[in-house]
Ligand binder design. Structure first.
Ligand code: BES
Ligand code: ZN
Length: 627
């Protein structure tokens, strides 16, 4: 009896430790869906965009495949959705009601929707589920903008941002990057507006208020995207163009004139572009990211409309995701470096072909410095490229390491094997895994077989494992250098010490990157008079370049340079992109004296910010209560 009890106890100990540990890199800890039993193959969406109620309303039909013949319950991801009804049908059969339950809310994951397949529902590997629903006002993927927050000021605007786990707040589905779906959609809008999606947008579509889309290539759910507004189209090249409000269209056409060439260059090096058209959608300033690689239609912040094409590496980045990310995707969010790190490597390569090595190296140096500045504040276990990610907040955990350390791993491999060999390897990698999702371990196996072992003696598997699983940056990392940036940094120090005057700063010849580097290199101790001289002579507070503004206002907040506080407030009101504003709020709090001011500005600016930006800003304003 006692022995039996001991065995049961031991058994349950082993079981409970198994439940938490070992970490399973193939398991998606960020989805409720039972995707080992069912997978979705296709979606048919039929949604109306209701600006008055700020909701999407309609239905989705999921074409399912049952992998486990014994499975009777289908679990989908939702977040704050209002589900009216769920119907199931066999191929060609009629629809019948199915019972469903919405589970308790998990702060990170949302609510599981559990659908019971009727008992007499004949086992069939294929069936459909049709769900009628509407979205909530608080849908985290959607921002509903009133006319005054758009460029034109006359029409409302809606856009979505599904990555990483927000698709579930506008469509009930299996919200995991491991599953790929094709989709068709019918979208109804007010007749004067145009709807676009991450699908086959028709540049010639007549404004009718009813739009039809098809996405014939299978994509993960985080790439589902929609926008509607007073949008017009202008072509850039045979395959490329821009959707924007008319007020922004011509400046966007000028700024992004190189897009078609970028696409041609990328296809030349990494294999055919698989998605048909590549268009850009210019969003209002509240878009929380710089860009989002929604297939066939990247969503782009207007903050890179600098007037001089100086910030177009962001377009190279979103375009490059057409290979790294959209074609070969991370299997779970733990492997996001396969999307962002590989893409950060590719975008520098494209910049190098289009604008030369000097410019690409300037961007590499800036990125490296950002990584080194941020590493110390990142927990060691999250400094690994492939961390054990299971209960962290995705918005907070996924940042600079995956982009920049990932990029440096690829640059290191390129350096070790030579560019020609490495390009061939990457092209083969994209072709081999196209339209699949993979783990870091699958990447490592493929790398070992096709590169490390094929050219032995250069890089060992253990070395790559160090990048993937250990904190910090391996000493073998190849760090780019830029003579211009070095001069800019030296000048910043010399001026601060009084050994160089600002007249010798060749601002007119410098790229914005050199200016950013100059600002970032200013030494700790500067007097108010010095900062005043700097701003008066070089005009940072008034700069129209958002990256210069970002670096400058970070310094302004950190150093409490009050003469520039009005301009800083203007910057925080004007922009909604997280990268531009969250670090400024953060420095206001960290300077120890301006938390109240930060809260005041936030309260004034908040109604123009996206829900994700609001959450990110609140996370650096410790006392701020949510309302
Ligand atoms: N896919 C990302 C944006 C993203 C990442 C959204 C994680 C949600 C979760 C996009 O490709 C990206 O990396 N954007 C960057 C621009 C880039 C040039 C580094 C951004 O928004 O700043
Ligand atoms: Zn990216």
């Amino acid at each position: 009896m006692l022995r039996q009890f001991a065995i049961v106890l031991l058994g349950s100990l082993i079981l409970s430790s198994c439940a938490k540990d070992p970490y399973d890199p193939e398991h998606d800890y960020y989805s409720f869906a039972n995707s080992d039993q069912f997978v979705t193959r296709h979606l048919d969406l039929d949604l109306a965009v209701d600006f008055a109620a700020r909701q999407l309303v309609g239905n989705v039909r999921l074409s399912m495949e049952r992998l486990d013949p014994g499975a009777r319950e289908l679990v989908l991801d939702t977040r704050t959705l209002h589900i009216e009804s769920v119907k199931v049908a066999l191929p060609g059969g009629s629809e019948r009601d199915a019972e469903f339950v919405i589970g308790a809310t998990d702060k990170t994951l949302g609510e599981p929707l559990t659908i019971s397949l009727p008992d007499d529902f004949k086992p069939s590997p294929a069936f459909t589920v049709t769900i009628s629903y509407r979205t909530d006002l608080s849908a985290t993927a959607l921002q509903w903008l009133p006319p005054q927050l758009t460029a034109g000021g006359k029409h409302p605007f809606l856009f979505s941002q599904s990555q990483a786990i927000h698709a579930r707040s506008w469509i009930p589905l299996q919200d995991t990057p491991a599953i790929r779906i094709t989709y068709n959609a019918t979208i109804k809008t007010p007749p004067e507006l145009l709807a676009v999606m991450s699908a086959d947008n028709d540049p010639l579509a007549a404004r009718s208020g009813e739009y039809h889309f098809a996405m014939p290539q299978p994509i993960p759910s985080y790439l589902l995207a929609i926008a509607a507004g007073n949008l017009f189209f202008a072509p850039l090249g045979p395959q490329t163009g821009i959707y924007a409000e008319p007020e922004l269209l011509s400046s966007a056409v000028y700024e992004f004139a190189d897009t078609q060439e970028m696409l041609d260059v990328a296809s030349e090096i990494y294999g055919e572009y698989q998605w048909g058209r590549y268009d850009l959608l210019i969003l209002p300033p509240s878009f929380p990211y710089g860009g989002m690689e929604n297939p066939r239609l990247s969503f782009i912040t207007p903050s890179i409309l600098a007037g001089d094409r100086s910030l177009v590496s962001l377009i190279a980045h979103e375009l490059a995701h057409s290979w790294s990310g959209n074609l070969v995707s991370n299997s779970t969010w733990r492997d996001i470096w396969l999307n962002e790190g590989v893409t950060s490597y590719l975008d520098k390569r494209l910049m190098e072909v289009l604008f030369g090595k000097e410019r690409a190296d300037e961007e590499r140096v800036i990125d490296y410095q950002e990584l080194m500045a941020q590493l110390p504040s990142i927990k060691p276990e999250m400094q690994a490229l492939a961390p054990r990610l299971s209960d962290e907040d995705l918005e907070e955990s996924q940042g600079t390491v995956h982009y920049k350390k990932g990029q440096l791993l690829l640059e290191y491999l390129e350096h070790a094997f030579g560019r020609e060999v490495f390009d061939q390897f990457l092209t083969g990698y994209f072709a081999h895994f196209q339209f699949q999702a993979i783990t870091s371990e699958q990447f490592l196996n493929y790398l070992s077989e096709n590169l490390l072992e094929r050219y032995p003696g250069k890089v060992s598997q253990e070395q790559v494992e160090q990048w993937l699983y250990q904190p910090g940056l391996p000493a073998e990392a190849v760090i780019a250098e830029s003579a211009t940036l070095q001069r800019a940094a030296a000048l910043a120090v010399q001026w601060a010490e009084g050994s160089a005057s600002l007249e010798t700063v060749p601002m007119a010849d410098w790229s914005p990157h050199a200016v950013v580097h100059f600002i970032n290199s200013l030494p700790g101790e500067l007097s108010i008079e010095q900062l005043q001289e700097l701003d008066a002579q070089l005009g940072f507070s008034a700069s129209g370049n958002a990256e210069i503004g970002r670096s400058w206002f970070i310094q302004v907040a950190k150093r409490r340079f009050e003469p520039a506080y009005d301009a800083m407030q203007g910057f925080l009101m004007r922009h909604g992109r997280m990268r531009l504003i969250v670090p400024v709020y953060d420095q206001l709090v960290k300077n120890g004296q301006d938390q109240a001011l930060a809260e005041e500005i936030f309260a004034a600016a908040k109604s123009g910010y996206h829900p994700i930006t609001i959450m990110a800003t609140q996370s650096v304003l410790p006392e701020q209560t949510t309302d």
